[in-house]
Design a protein around this ligand. Structure first.
Ligand code: SER
Length: 675
């Protein structure tokens, strides 16, 4: 069994041509056991780039292995040649709130190999298959793959070539390898190779072809999944049980472990024009491959996390494997966040108030909160640094040399937060953030926000304290809190416009764009799914929006595409966004939507998106239908405190990242904007 360091090294050695002597023979193809594989052409191994990108102002963090390779994929000569491999440290802040399940992490290592105008599909797929089955030792029957199903609209054909390559490999290993389509609706159909559309099997930094900005490179891809086994019956207990299980289903049976992108196009004047060179951009999750090798679905049970989990068990006197799901999630959040914080600090990001520093602060503060769920009230985070240093210093020596600094930075931040908590608790006791309704005492979102704003006391802690004291917690507490926050941001933005340069102002501009995008999304959902759709909650960060809404059934991929497309069409149409003050009754009578009607004063501010231009008659009709209005010239009208952009084109573009059920009849969408 590989240790984490051994697995990383095995991949790098394999790509360098140092492993599997039979793959290095001088003949053009050789035979390894049953399969025929092109001889390995050695790659230059390069060190990981830092987590904070150099010379790339478009992004705060390095989020994929290819990011530092961009210039070379576009044709610049790489100093080390045309074949490069590495293990790249990656951080995805947008995944912070996903952490808690068995596979999401904010920090991860992406094994990567690149052909910069050198080899292509016939080498890449057999090499990766060989690595998985011959070096790591995964059983071929546990592997399933996906390929691009083609799209005539962008002039890119179905990837039958990859199908043939995969089939040859699987068949040589004694497996029938049927290629099938429509798995999302028809399920497995006895297939091993699955065609999916561009939502799944097209890769670019911006996602699907339609979302790619001019000049962006991308291409079809082929993903590899590991099957933990139908016998686990994961699907039967998941929220997806009404839909067929397939490799891209989120029930947890399958884990994506690698993605080979055939990056040979560049968006030019809206067309997909072949790049001068054909590239391969491969990325594989190091931790996920180890999970498959160890046969555990839970990456927090792998050797990557074992030392932290053990230490956390010591500190909390709880056993990770036997705690309930809430506590298990807290173990995972802390394990993920401390690792990410350590890696970020080692790359020079100290906890602070702005940009990357603020993310590190959030990671530490969230961990402290989850520590409390595990019953740890004292500062504990810095004790988790040493096991991480032991695990990672071989691959990332700066961890060793900076261990003391990292411990101190984490401890200081934790103590600062402990003081915040202590102050907030005192205030909570003195003046509980509650309101009365029909003789009942409720936790108030607005007052909880005051506590947060004045003392930094997080909403989650107010909820925790309220629960301990038997105070009722309204369902809409998150939204009420978010609303108070938005109103506050609006007020402070007005007060500070022009005073700030950079950071703070940028952030509120971004959240403003997200806010208007949320209104458009709401309108598009009502248009595509029907006017029964109503907002149930909303949460906006500088990285994404989250929108909860009522809808009784699953949403089909087709509907999702339509919803996204509609929002983007409205954005492109550059509609004005206007604010009017109206009496509540008049506003509602005019068709304005209101999230919590009873919360608004008599005179309300109403935001209208539109009117649409007269030549947009189809859009007018659709918007009217969506709002149950016979005639209407606007897209969206809502009672809202704002702030909003002035014209929809300021939003840029919207991409739906994820859609899922969160409870009976309530669904959730995550979306990102590209500005
Ligand atoms: N760029 C691709 C990904 O991030 C493969 O490296 O998945």
């Amino acid at each position: 069994m590989f240790t984490p360091n051994q697995l990383r090294q095995a991949y790098l050695d394999f790509m360098a041509g140092k492993l599997a002597a039979s793959l290095n023979s001088s003949s053009s193809t050789t035979t390894t056991s049953a399969i025929e594989v092109p001889a390995m052409r050695p790659h230059a191994i390069v060190p990981s780039s830092p987590l904070v990108p150099e010379n790339d102002p478009t992004t705060l963090f390095t989020g994929s292995g290819m990011q530092p390779m961009m210039p070379y994929l576009l044709g610049e000569k790489h100093p080390k040649g045309q074949r490069i491999a590495d293990s790249q440290k990656c951080f995805r802040a947008e995944d912070i709130e996903e952490v808690g399940d068995n596979r999401h992490t904010t920090f991860f290592e992406m094994l990567g190999n690149w052909s910069l105008g050198d080899y292509f599909k016939t080498e890449q797929l057999p090499w990766f298959y060989t690595f998985l089955t011959r070096i790591v030792g995964l059983k071929p029957e546990r592997l399933y793959v996906t390929v691009f199903g083609g799209n005539p609209e962008i002039g890119v054909d179905r990837d039958d070539e990859s199908v043939q390559i995969w089939q040859k490999l699987f068949v040589a290993d004694g497996l029938e390898a049927k290629a099938v389509s429509d798995a999302a609706t028809k399920g497995f159909q006895g297939g091993r190779i699955f065609f999916y559309g561009e939502k799944k099997n097209w890769w670019s930094r911006a996602g699907a072809p339609a979302n790619m900005p001019e000049g962006e490179p991308g291409g079809p891809d082929s993903e590899t999944f590991y099957d933990f086994g139908a016998e686990l019956k994961l699907h039967e207990t998941s929220v997806f049980k009404a839909q067929p299980c397939h490799v891209n289903c989120d029930c947890g049976r399958f884990l994506e472990i690698g993605n080979s992108v055939f990056m040979k196009y560049r968006k030019t004047n809206g067309q997909f024009v072949p790049l001068l060179q054909q590239n391969v951009d491969f990325g594989g999750g190091l931790e996920r491959i180890l999970a498959a090798a160890q046969g555990t679905r839970d990456i927090f049970e792998t050797a990557f996390f074992a030392p932290i989990i053990t230490k956390l068990s010591d500190l909390s006197h709880l056993d990770y494997t036997s705690v309930d799901q809430t506590k298990k999630a807290s173990f995972r959040v802390i394990a993920d966040h401390i690792r990410a914080a350590v890696m970020l600090i080692a790359d020079g990001v100290l906890p602070g108030n702005k940009e990357q520093g603020y993310v590190v602060r959030r990671l530490i503060r969230r961990s402290v909160r989850h520590g409390r769920i595990l019953g740890i009230e004292q500062a504990f985070m810095s004790q988790l640094v040493a096991p991480l240093v032991v695990l990672y210093q071989e691959a990332y020596p700066t961890l060793g040399t900076q261990a003391n600094l990292i411990e101190t930075a984490i401890n200081d931040e934790e103590l600062k937060f402990q003081r915040t908590i202590a102050k907030g608790l005192k205030e909570f006791d003195k003046a509980p953030p509650v309101s009365e309704k029909s003789g009942q005492t409720y936790l108030s979102g607005e007052l909880s926000f005051k506590l947060y704003e004045t003392y930094g006391f997080p909403l989650e802690l107010s909820i925790e304290e309220a629960r301990d004291r038997g105070i009722q917690i309204p369902e809409q507490i998150q939204t009420e809190f978010a609303m108070a926050k938005t109103l506050h941001q609006d007020a402070s933005r007005t007060a500070t416009v022009g005073k700030f340069k950079g950071g703070l102002q940028d952030q509120s501009v971004i959240t403003t764009k997200y806010h208007t995008a949320t209104h458009l999304l709401h309108a598009a959902l009502r248009q595509v799914l029907g006017s029964h759709v109503g907002q149930k909650g909303s949460n906006i960060t500088v990285e994404r929006l989250r929108f909860d809404f009522s809808h009784p059934t699953a949403i089909t991929p087709d509907q999702l595409v339509k919803i996204e497309q509609q929002v983007n069409d409205w954005i492109k149409a550059d509609y004005p966004v206007t604010k009017t003050m109206m009496f509540k009754t008049a506003a509602l009578a005019s068709g304005a939507l209101a999230f919590f009607v009873e919360k608004y004063p008599d005179e309300v501010s109403v935001y209208t998106i539109g009117p649409v231009k007269t030549d947009q008659s189809a859009a007018i009709e659709l918007a009217a239908k969506a709002n149950d209005q016979p005639t209407s010239t606007w897209i969206s009208r809502e009672l809202c405190g704002g702030p909003h952009v002035q014209r929809t084109s300021e939003i840029g573009g919207l991409k739906i990242i994820k859609e899922k059920a969160i409870s009976a009849g309530i669904r959730r969408i995550y979306a990102e904007l590209n500005f």
